[in-house]
Ligand binder design. Structure first.
Ligand code: SF4
Length: 775
C-alpha cells in the first residue's frame, strides 16, 4: 500500500532554539562578545554547563567542551555494540531521542526484493535483537529496506542548529541542513544516550568560501572531491569545515549534504552551512514545515549563520564557476584528478582502458536531484538507442526516494538502459556485494560513493575504486572506458553516427512532492519505552554476545605491580603506513559478527603490514631471549598474549585509525589485552574510541622513535601515575627495554583530558559511567 506514513511529530524534532540561544548568550558574554563562526554558535549553545567556560575560556584546538547532543542515530552494524554497551549501563530509557537504521547488513546479489528477503533471514537474530532493544528503550526502529541511515536522518530528523551524534562516520551528511552532526563510536553514543555530557576538544574551524556557480557537468560532489584533493585525508583532522559565501546559496539542500557527507574523507569532525532558502524548501517538502518556521525565527535572531567578522583558523577559496568534474582514486579519496586529465592519467599508470562496473546511489548521492540528473542522461542515451556497457547498479537512499523515483518514472528509464535497482541500503558501498566474476583480477569500478579503501566494495584488493559524481559515473557506464570524457567525447551509435551527451539537468525537489512509499517501512514516531520487553539474544549465538566489562589496568585484580603506571607491556608489532579502521577491523564478511566481540576479534589487523618484514597479517611471538620466536597471524599472536595474560602495546604510523567511527577497531585490541598504542599520529575519532575502551594513546614526540621499537620489546610508562594523581602538566615518557637488553627512554605527548583519565583509571568509559549511575 502506498499512503502517507504517520504524521511527523515536529515538536520532538525541533531544536529547543530558545534554550540554545540563552546558553549561547551566556557563553558569548564570557567570551567578551567576539564574533563567532556558525560552528562555534552551535557547539557553544550545547555546552552542558556554560558557566564552566568562564573558568578557562575556550581555545580552539585546546579546550575540551562538555556537550549535550539532542539526538543519536545508529546503524545496524554499530548499533549492536552501542546497545550492548548501553544495556550494561543499567538505564530504563534513553536520555535523548534515538533511532536505529537497518542498512549495512543487506547484501546485494540480484535485486531489491530478493536481496532484502534473503538478508532478513540471514540476519534475523541481529534484527530481532535491535528491534527488541528499540522497543524496550523507546528508540525509533527503521527496519531493513527502509533506507540508509544518513538519508533517513536528513529526511526526518536533521534541523538547522541541532547537534547530533551518529554511530557512523558519514553522520556529517546531516550538515546539509545547517547543523553539526558528528560521527562517533558506540561508547560516545552511550554518553548521549545516558545523558552524560559528551566531550569534544573544541575543533579548529576552517572556512570554505564558495563563490561563483556550478555549471555544465560540475555538481556538489565535485566540490568535495576537489577539496579532498587539496586537504588530503588528514587535512580536516580536529577541524570543522564551515562553508560560507554566495556559492552556498546556489546549492540544493541535498547537494550540501553530499558535500558534508564526504567531509569525513578529509578527517573533518563535521561540516556545516548557514541556513539557506533551499534548506527551508527541503524541510517543507519533507513535511517539516513547523521546523522550518522555528528555524526562520532562530535565523532572524542571528543563530544560523556566522557573525560578521568571525575568524576562521584557515580560509579556503573555491570558485564554483571554475570547478571541473573530478575523479578520485584509486584506494584513497584524496587522489583527485580533473575529468579532462583522467584518461591520460589512467594511461600513464598503465591501467587497462576498461571499466568493469558503475555504481550510483548510497548515502552520498541518492537525492532526488542526483537521480533526476542521472535519469536525464539515461533518457538521452535511450533515445539514441544506447544501453550501458557494464553492470550498472543503483542503491536508492530511502523508501521515500525509491517510491518517488518509481512514481516519476526515473526507475523505469534507468532500468531501460540496463540498471539493476538494489534495496534501499548500503549494499556494495560497505562490501555487501556478491561479485564473483572479478575475484583476484585487476579491474576498475566507478562509484558515486564516498570511500574507496582497498577491498572495500567487493573484497578484492585488485579492484580499483574511483569516486565521481553520479552523472559522470552514469555517462561512463555507456562507454565502458576509463578514457571517456563525456564533456568532450562522443560515443558511436550502432549506425556509426556519433552521439554526445548534453550536460544533464535535474530537479532538486519533485514537483508533485515526495511520495513516502510503503507505510510498513516507517516506525512509530517517538515510541514510549516498554520496560517489560525481553531483549532477544539467542543462547549460544554466534552473532551476539553480552559484554564483559574490561578490567582496569590499575585494579587489584589486574595483577599490575606498577601502581598507577601501566603494567610492563610487550610490543606485539610495529604497523607500517596507512592503517585505517578497515585494516584494524575489516568489514565485508566480518560485519555479521559486529555484536560478538570474541568472534569479530579474529579479524584484528588482518590487512595491516608488519614493518618488520613488510608482510601482511604476519606477527612474531618472541621470547625475551629471541630463542623461541614463532610466526603467526596478527590475531593469532594477540590470542597467545591474551592466553598468557600478557598485556601488550602496538607501535603505529601516521593517522592511525583513519576512516570510520568503527569502535570495534578499539574494542578488539582491548579484548586481547592491548593497553597502549604509540603513534606518529592518530585520527580523531579512533583516538577517542581507544580512550573510551581504556587503551592509552600516546604520540611520539620525535617521530623518528617509531622505528626504534619493535616486536618483543618491552615498554613501560613513566609519569602516567603523576597525571592520574592530578598533576595536569605531567608528561609521559616510555622506557623501552629492547630484546637484546638495551634500555632507553623516549618522550611522548598525550591528549588525555581529566575526564578521559577517569575512563583510563576505571578500565573504560563505560565502567566509569556505570559507577556514576550506581552512586
Ligand atoms: Fe552506508 Fe556507504 Fe553511506 Fe556508510 S558510506 S552509511 S556504508 S552507504
Amino acid at each position: 500500500a502506498t499512503h502517507a506514513p504517520p504524521d511527523k511529530d515536529c515538536a520532538s524534532i525541533t531544536p529547543p532554539y530558545a534554550r540554545l540561544l540563552e546558553k549561547l548568550a551566556v557563553v558569548r558574554k564570557i567570551l567578551g562578545g567576539r564574533p563567532l563562526t556558525l560552528a562555534e554558535k552551535i557547539l557553544y549553545s550545547h555546552i552542558a554547563d556554560p558557566e564552566s567556560v568562564a573558568r578557562g575560556g575556550i581555545k580552539r584546538g585546546e579546550t575540551y567542551l562538555q556537550l549535550h547532543p539532542e539526538r543519536v542515530a545508529m546503524q545496524d552494524a554499530s548499533a549492536q555494540m552501542a546497545l550492548l554497551q548501553f544495556m550494561s549501563a543499567g538505564m530504563a530509557r534513553c536520555a535523548v531521542p534515538a533511532s536505529i537504521h537497518c542498512d549495512h547488513l543487506i547484501q546485494a546479489v540480484d535485486g531489491a526484493e530478493s536481496d532484502l528477503e534473503r538478508s532478513i533471514v540471514t540476519n534475523k537474530e541481529v534484527f530481532d535483537f535491535l528491534e527488541s532493544a528499540a522497543r524496550k528503550y523507546g528508540i525509533e526502529f527503521w527496519k531493513p529496506g527502509s533506507g540508509i541511515i544518513h538519508q533517513i536522518v536528513l529526511e526526518n530528523y536533521a534541523a538547522p542548529g541541532m547537534l547530533m551524534l551518529g554511530t557512523d562516520s558519514h553522520t556529517p551528511n546531516a550538515g546539509g541542513l545547517g547543523m553539526l552532526a558528528i560521527g562517533v563510536g558506540g561508547a560516545d553514543a552511550v554518553d548521549a544516550l545516558t545523558g552524560t555530557p559528551w566531550e569534544l576538544k573544541a575543533p579548529q574551524i576552517v572556512g570554505v568560501h564558495l563563490t561563483g556557480e556550478l555549471n555544465g557537468w560540475a555538481t556538489p560532489k565535485d566540490v568535495i572531491l576537489h577539496l579532498a584533493g587539496k586537504l588530503t585525508v588528514r587535512g580536516g583532522t580536529g577541524r570543522i569545515l564551515e562553508y560560507f559565501g554566495p556559492g552556498v546559496f546556489n546549492q540544493s539542500c541535498t547537494g550540501l549534504a553530499t558535500i558534508a557527507n564526504m567531509g569525513a574523507e578529509v578527517g573533518a569532525t563535521t561540516s556545516t552551512f548557514p541556513y539557506t532558502p533551499s534548506m527551508r524548501g527541503y524541510l517543507q517538502a519533507t513535511r517539516r514545515g513547523p521546523v522550518a518556521r522555528a528555524a526562520d525565527e532562530a535565523a532572524a535572531k542571528g543563530f544560523l549563520a556566522a557573525d560578521e567578522g568571525a575568524v576562521y583558523d584557515e580560509v579556503i577559496e573555491i570558485n564554483l564557476s571554475e570547478l571541473e568534474p573530478t575523479i578520485n582514486g584509486p584506494f584513497t579519496p584524496d587522489l583527485a584528478t580533473p575529468l579532462s586529465k583522467f584518461g591520460t592519467f589512467a594511461k600513464e599508470q598503465g591501467w587497462k582502458d576498461e571499466l568493469s562496473a558503475a555504481l550510483i546511489g548510497s548515502c552520498t548521492n541518492s537525492s532526488y536531484e542526483d537521480m533526476t540528473r542521472v535519469a536525464d542522461l539515461a533518457r538521452q542515451a535511450k533515445a539514441a538507442g544506447l544501453t550501458t556497457k557494464v553492470p550498472f547498479l543503483c542503491t536508492p537512499g530511502s523508501e521515500q526516494i525509491r517510491a518517488t523515483m518509481e512514481r516519476d518514472r526515473v526507475t523505469e528509464v534507468l532500468q531501460d538502459v540496463g540498471a539493476t535497482v538494489l534495496a534501499n541500503a548500503c549494499g556494495p558501498c560497505i562490501g555487501q556485494w556478491k561479485r564473483d566474476d572479478k575475484k583476484g583480477e585487476e579491474n576498475a569500478i566507478l562509484t558515486s560513493f564516498n570511500r574507496n579503501f582497498k577491498s572495500r566494495n567487493d573484497g578484492n584488493s585488485q579492484t580499483m575504486n574511483f569516486l565521481a559524481s553520479p552523472t559522470v559515473v552514469t555517462a561512463m557506464a555507456f562507454s565502458g572506458k576509463l578514457s571517456f570524457n563525456p564533456m568532450t567525447d562522443s560515443l558511436t551509435l550502432p549506425n556509426g553516427a556519433p552521439f554526445k551527451f548534453t550536460p544533464p539537468v535535474g530537479q532538486d525537489l519533485p514537483s508533485a512532492g515526495f511520495t513516502p512509499g510503503r507505510e510498513a517501512f516507517y516506525p512509530e514516531p517517538v515510541p514510549e519505552p516498554q520496560p517489560d520487553t525481553q531483549v532477544v539474544i539467542k543462547p549460544g549465538s554466534q552473532r551476539l554476545e553480552l559484554l564483559e566489562p574490561f578490567t582496569s589496568h590499575f585494579s587489584e585484580g589486574s595483577g599490575n605491580p606498577r601502581g598507577l603506571e601501566l603494567p610492563s607491556l610487550k610490543v606485539l608489532m610495529r604497523v607500517r603506513g596507512k592503517c585505517t579502521t578497515d585494516h584494524i577491523s575489516a568489514a565485508g564478511p566480518w560485519l555479521k559478527y559486529k555484536g560478538h566481540l570474541t568472534n569479530i576479534s579474529e579479524n584484528l589487523l588482518i590487512t595491516a603490514i608488519n614493518d618488520e618484514g613488510g608482510e601482511v597479517n604476519v606477527a612474531f611471538d618472541h621470547d625475551r631471549d629471541a630463542s623461541q620466536s614463532e610466526t603467526d597471524t596478527i590475531p593469532g599472536v594477540a590470542k597467545r598474549f591474551k592466553a598468557r595474560s600478557q598485556p601488550w602495546a602496538l607501535i603505529v604510523d601516521e593517522n592511525y585509525g583513519e576512516g570510520s567511527a568503527r569502535e570495534h577497531a578499539a574494542l578488539q585490541p582491548r579484548f586481547y589485552g592491548c593497553a597502549l598504542i604509540v603513534a606518529r599520529s592518530f585520527a580523531r575519532i579512533h583516538e577517542t574510541n581507544l580512550k573510551k575502551q581504556g587503551i592509552l594513546p600516546l604520540w611520539f614526540a620525535d617521530k623518528n622513535d617509531y622505528s626504534r621499537i619493535g616486536a618483543g620489546d618491552v615498554v613501560e610508562t613513566i609519569g602516567l601515575a603523576d597525571l592520574l594523581n592530578g598533576a595536569p602538566d605531567a608528561s609521559i615518557k616510555l622506557r623501552v627495554i629492547k630484546r637484546n637488553g638495551d634500555v632507553f627512554e623516549i618522550p611522548t605527548r598525550h591528549t588525555m583530558s581529566s575526564d578521559q583519565l577517569k575512563w583510563l583509571r576505571a578500565g573504560s568509559a563505560l565502567n566509569y559511567i556505570r559507577s556514576q549511575i550506581q552512586q
